[in-house]
Design a protein around this ligand. Sequence first.
Ligand code: NDP
Length: 294
Amino acid sequence: MTVAFLGLGAIGLPMARHLAAKFTGTRVWNRTASKAAAFVAAQNPAQGTQRAHTPAEAARDADVVITCFPVSRDVEALLDGPDGLLAGLKRGSTLVDCTSGDPATSKRIAARLDAQGIGFLDAPVSGGVAGAEAAALTVMVGGDAATLERVRPALGAFGKRIVHCGPVGSGDAVKAVNNALLAQHIIGTAEGLLALERAGVDPALALDVINNSSGRSNASMNLFPERVLTKAYPRTFRLALLDKDVGIALQVAQEQGVDAPMLALASQRYRDAHRAMGEEADHVEIVKWLRGEQ
Ligand code: NDP
């Protein structure tokens, strides 16, 4: 199997590293070319990893082309032109988009590729940068089940749990709802802890109680002890991207006629924090903004 990977960002880079170790001749492309050059230089030369100068060059002759950009429209924008993905993708190959994308754009991309005999799967991932480094990501896949079986060995390079969610767009939808819950847990935990703190309760003690009770979540068990109490706030997943995800979840709910005031409020809070804190803040840094520390 010949594999190409495009988008060596925070999560894409460790995913690409696993692919390059598993498949010989893996090609990588990144918008900022120096990152792709540094990536290739860091791989085992025996694996023959190569840097592509254009998306078309990356895709040429590949069986599986994997993209991981901020939003689906970034993928769509790279399809056309002499350097675009469609100029390189061969009939019978598959484009697997690991972007946490939006269902409508994924469906448009899938239809365009289908017309040329190329498969498409939306396959966003969960597990964070640490999960990517440990090759332990959950991969939520939308699209044709037989196509997924063909590309499963590639996804298995970085994914531990690879789940077929339904037709094209359903991987995106599941991922967006998951991340909207993450956003709600972060906001709710921040509000509750601030109230307890002002009432004179030690937040570490409060978290310990919550984490042994029914209010616990990934936010209370991991993010708050490791990042908020310590004030470490490492930058692993940009707040701007979580804002985008909650917006997608809200859009999915609205399209399905679901009354979702919690999603709407979480989306509003993340949009406001994004505006106030800019593009580079981490998703957990909204806690500073909610506490009026930003
Ligand atoms: P980053 O912002 O760290 O990286 C984005 C990557 O996409 C970079 O390689 C960047 O290139 C490239 N890029 C950005 N815009 C464009 C464009 N218009 N055209 C071509 N390339 C572009 O994002 P992450 O790696 O964190 O996230 C990628 C996707 O994965 C997102 O959809 C995110 O929601 C999702 N995700 C992220 C997780 C995380 O923990 N970080 C966890 C799970 C999912 P350049 O180097 O030139 O800037």
